[in-house]
Ligand binder design. Structure first.
Ligand code: ATP
Ligand code: MG
Length: 440
């Protein structure tokens, strides 16, 4: 197979080599190229020491943030390329960071410190592919395998536990037996890892190919940082609608929905409160009253604990709050729905509902309703029909001029909007003023 690096990466490698150093593209970008996936960032590894790299790139914009670990970021044609000196890591005492890093002039030293064989591949256009740990073979067979002794590698940096299951999920690879056993054995070490770092890997995992499979296999790892999920496994749903327990239902819904981070988080957590809200009636049928609202509260708490940003927390928890709302059956209902939640959430609600249904006994039970919902939206937008205060052809100032004051203004505006949505008044300024007078 022919591999090609972007010109700017070739340029960086060539400059280093012209100055007498070794240099290769390394890690994820080479792995992705071999798999035919578009690489999103290019890392370069080099025998040049950081100060030597800086000298080679004199005249380029350089960012020094990673310099302690040997990384110099060079901006080439407007894009950052991380150039890191070959290094070996000193002792790891905290399951997180090496006590020190030592620079090396030997490529193999650098490759041995990397996490998985598939992440040790190097490439430049002169020398071609360099594969010292069987990474190519493991890519071919679809295997995640630690470089070196798994227990040792996971003890050095426990984040690698998350990285292994993340790569397994995103690449669709199996985890080699001794690596897999070591993950399970050492999972508690994840407690030493910062929530932000776990979050990053977890988010990527959720956007992977086979979330349900991966998280079923590595359920015990998941439960280290989301213990709440343990109650979803085995929480049966004896209702006519369900065929799975809450965990299998949720994970199937994650796999179904498009791989957008917020939507995947929503499906993952949408029924998190079901175990808490479960009751069984005299006929043996289960009910989960209030689980959406309780799910809003619980998911918010978990997402915050995982250090998701406020926008994500709000967006996801709010979708969870509304996920089981009745879908609008008329255009007027659709407008009320829109006025409450806005257009973006209306669209997301449809996606969430579709995924939620897909993971039930009758996957197509809501197709008609969702089709209608879409038609209502298309029509409302196409005709620019009024569903919000912003679109109403009267505003607070008009009402003030009529002597309406304070809180009553908002109340009046909302009443007028209701009249317009229900078709009881045209969205016409004069007619609205007439109505406002009546209301007053
Ligand atoms: P992606 O960027 O697609 O998430 P990646 O493999 O490029 O995947 P990065 O986090 O960008 O992952 O890391 C680049 C490379 O650095 C990896 O391919 C691997 O060789 C090495 N690496 C990253 N994190 C670790 C770690 N915790 N332990 C050992 N090596 C690591
Ligand atoms: Mg990368």
């Amino acid at each position: 197979m022919e591999l090609h690096l972007p010109e700017k990466v070739n340029r960086a490698i060539k400059l280093l080599k012209d100055n007498g150093f070794e240099a290769y593209a390394v890690g994820g970008c080479v792995r992705d190229m071999i798999m035919g996936i578009a690489a999103h960032d290019f890392d370069v590894t080099t025998s040049a020491l950081p100060e030597e790299t800086e000298k080679v790139f004199e005249g380029f914009r350089i960012i020094e943030t990673g310099i302690k670990h040997g990384t110099v970021t060079v901006i080439i044609e407007g894009e950052p390329i991380e150039i890191t000196t070959y290094r070996t890591d000193g002792d790891y005492l905290d399951n997180r960071h090496p006590e020190s890093v030592n620079f090396s002039r030997n490529l193999k030293d650098d490759l041995s410190r990397r996490d998985f064989t598939v992440n040790t591949l190097c490439f430049n256009e002169n020398e071609g592919l360099i594969d010292l740990f069987g990474g190519t073979e493991d890519i071919k067979s679809g295997i995640i395998r630690c470089v070196g002794e798994p227990d040792k590698r996971f003890n050095e940096d426990a984040l690698r536990i998350m990285r292994a299951i993340r790569f397994s999920c995103t690449l669709g690879f199996d985890i080699e037996k001794s690596t897999s056993e070591s993950i399970i054995k050492n999972r508690e070490l994840l407690r030493n890892i910062a929530a932000e770092r776990i979050r990053e890997e977890f988010t990527k995992l959720l956007c992977g190919k086979s979330v349900r499979d991966t998280l079923n296999k590595y359920r015990c790892v998941l439960e280290v940082f989301i213990p709440e999920y343990a109650d979803l496994f085995g929480c049966e749903q004896n209702t006519p609608y369900h065929i799975y327990d809450v965990a299998q239902h949720s994970l199937a819904a994650v796999d179904f929905i498009e791989n957008d981070k917020d939507l995947r988080l929503t499906m993952f957590f949408h029924d998190i409160a079901k175990p808490l809200c479960k009751t069984t009636d005299e006929n043996g049928r289960d009910h989960f009253k209030g689980h959406a609202l309780a799910g809003y509260v619980i998911s918010k708490e978990i997402l915050k604990r995982m250090r998701y940003d406020n926008k994500t927390v709000e967006k996801v928890s709010t979708l969870i709050k509304i996920h089981s709302a009745a879908s609008p059956r008329s255009k007027a209902e659709a407008k009320f729905f829109l006025s409450n939640i806005g257009e973006e959430r209306y669209r997301n609600f449809m996606k969430v509902r579709r995924a939620d249904c897909f993971a039930k006994a009758n996957p197509n039970s809501h197709d008609e309703k969702l089709k209608k919902m879409q038609e209502f939206l298309d029509e409302i937008l196409k005709n620019d029909e009024c569903f919000s205060l912003k679109q109403l052809n009267i505003d607070g100032n008009d009402l003030k001029a009529m002597g309406i004051k304070g809180e009553k203004i908002n109340l009046a505006l909302n009443s007028l909007l209701t009249l317009v949505i229900n078709g009881d008044c045209e969205n016409d300024r004069d007619k609205l003023i007439e109505k406002a007078k009546e209301l007053k």
